[in-house]
Design a protein around this ligand. Structure first.
Ligand SMILES: Cc1cc2nc3c(=O)[nH]c(=O)nc-3n(C[C@H](O)[C@H](O)[C@H](O)COP(=O)(O)OP(=O)(O)OC[C@H]3O[C@@H](n4cnc5c(N)ncnc54)[C@H](O)[C@@H]3O)c2cc1C
Length: 505
């Protein structure tokens, strides 16, 4: 049976809801052939999640596609730049660190980066040998000059923002510039057709809101996909034991620096993210309730905050609970779940919003034809996303199994029964050969969400004997770093220039 989709109802107004609505309208309008009516049902009084999120560089393309000005976005949301992640204490817990930057590895010769690094016998870390971002980030440099074009930089970058602020910004833009209709109301039920597909969403004050297609962006509640369609969740709590995040927003003081990376610092029962925004820090201790107590988690986060020079006593801490897992089929009948409604593992490597961007983009492709066979489109979408979730599991777990920390939380993460079989097999092979280059030949890997370069940064960063040593210099890359260090303003300078004011409040 084929059908045509003209009106789409997005239920939920968090980042996933507004990003999806924006991409649906912007991309479909651009194709020129068809115009979809897109409505977003967003209740008052249920705030979206917003903790200080990091994005991938994909967000630049997404914002451009939605028709957003980068400067406006940065100004209005208080976002800042992200050039990768700096992992501290993940290997031994004794002051080690490594970088996973967004720039792809580069060398000047013909040799592939890993081979060149190994052959050189350099004392530099892999990230420093093959790129300049580690040096730039250590100096809190912006990826852009003041004169850089919108969405263009001298290095590859994404953003740090708070998702609630982002949702509000997108909501205004989608309504004012893209013609998305806001229905400020609660969903209280569903009306279905005989074949089980959704006919309308029942709301408290606006009655039944009809549509041809429905997107579930109701966050962890997953009102349509899990609660109505009873989608099965694939649990991951054995593989990833984190199930809590203790979160704080910290206003900057006069000594604050706006970092260019997400800082991820391993702790006894989890890790702390530290995300620099334009005017404040977002920090959170992701931890496992099976390996620590709420009181101890508070102590650990407070200690981290105090060490950074802030007073934890003046801050209110918020606890978020989650269970790692994803739905096996996120598309049922004429309804798809995007965002937290379809799953969440943990914030490591910030893949959640990227999955939302990917899902929204593919949805547009899948439903833009004038006659579509929903059943076969859904089957393809579900298959691809199941595979993507497995890829996220594979890459995230690699970080844990490479650690040699000895607290029970870390030891537990290395128990063979917690490691997916494919990762176990790949990892043993990489350890044996010392390289992961041949991984590119693995079936399906070319389409992986995480480029092989990302695997190399993590795997080789944790190779014995190659600790990061700042300022070693010598290689051609180092002179490039020096040039860029002179050319680029700091994040602080770039963002102050943008707002015309001093940014630290
Ligand atoms: C601790 C933590 C850290 C994270 N860090 C990162 C990160 O660094 N990078 C990253 O990419 N992602 C991160 N994420 C995930 C990221 O925050 C989400 O992917 C993103 O904010 C999208 O959330 P959402 O829109 O799916 O859900 P939410 O923000 O929860 O929005 C759900 C919406 O559903 C709506 N709703 C609820 N009930 C009803 C109802 N009855 N009727 C109508 N609407 C309803 C409300 O409007 C609500 O706003 C993190 C998540 C957590 C929990």
């Amino acid at each position: 049976v084929t059908q045509s989709i003209n009106s789409i109802v997005v239920v939920g107004g968090g980042t996933a809801g507004w990003l999806t609505a924006g991409l649906l309208v912007a991309k479909l309008d651009k194709a020129g052939s068809r115009r979809f009516e897109v409505s977003v049902i967003e209740p008052k009084g249920i705030p979206p999640i917003g903790v200080g999120e990091g994005t991938w560089p994909t967000m630049r393309l997404t914002l451009r596609q939605i028709g957003v000005s980068e400067r406006e976005f940065l100004k209005q949301t208080g976002a800042s730049f992200k050039q990768g992640t700096k992992f501290k204490n993940w290997r031994t817990g004794k002051g080690d660190h490594y970088y996973h930057p967004f720039d792809a590895p580069k060398t000047n010769g013909d040799m592939p980066p890993v081979a060149a690094w190994k052959a050189s016998g350099s004392k530099l870390s892999f990230a420093q040998f093959v790129g300049i971002q580690e040096d730039l980030c250590e100096a809190q440099k912006s990826p852009k000059r003041h004169t850089s074009r919108e969405y263009a930089g001298l290095t590859n970058y994404g953003y740090h923002f708070e998702a609630d602020g982002m949702a509000k910004f997108l909501k205004d833009h989608c309504q004012a510039n893209l013609g998305v209709r806001l229905i400020a109301d609660h969903m209280i039920g569903l009306q279905c057709l005989e074949d089980g597909s959704v006919k309308a969403v029942e709301t408290q004050e606006h009655g039944y809101v009809k549509g041809d297609f429905f997107v579930d962006c109701t966050g962890f509640q997953s009102l349509l996909i899990k609660q109505h369609f009873k989608a099965t969740t694939i649990p991951l709590s054995e593989t990833f034991s984190c199930d809590r995040a203790l979160v704080a927003r910290i206003p900057y003081n006069e000594t604050s620096k706006i970092e260019s990376v997400t800082l991820s610092t391993a702790q006894e029962a989890g890790w702390i993210w530290d995300v620099s925004l334009a005017k404040r820090l977002g920090v959170g201790y992701v931890h496992s309730s099976a390996h620590t107590t709420a009181e101890r988690a508070k102590e650990v986060l407070s200690h981290y905050i105090a060490e950074k020079g802030y007073d934890p006593e003046t801050l209110s801490l918020r606890e978020l609970k989650f269970t790692a897992g994803y739905v096996d089929r996120c598309w049922h009948k004429n309804c798809v779940g995007i965002g937290l409604s379809s799953g969440f593992i943990e914030p490591l490597e910030a893949s959640s919003i990227m999955l939302t961007e990917t899902a929204a983009r593919e949805l547009v492709e899948d439903i833009s034809a004038s006659n579509i066979d929903l059943q076969s489109v859904a089957a393809g979408f579900n298959e691809r996303f199941k595979n993507r979730w497995q890829q996220v599991v594979h890459f995230l777990k690699l970080h844990y199994i490479m650690s040699s920390r000895e607290e029970p939380f870390w030891v537990n993460h290395r128990f063979p029964k917690t490691i997916p079989a494919d990762l176990q097999k790949d990892f043993l092979g990489w350890q044996k050969s010392g390289v992961i280059d041949d991984f590119a030949d693995k079936e399906g890997f070319q389409k992986s969400l995480f480029p092989m370069d990302s695997y190399k940064f993590v795997f080789h960063a944790l190779t014995e004997g190659h600790d990061s040593q700042i300022g070693q210099g010598g290689e051609p890359i180092a002179s490039q770093a020096e040039r860029h260090l002179k050319l680029l303003p700091t994040n602080q300078e770039w963002l102050s220039h943008l707002s015309g004011t001093i940014n630290v409040e």
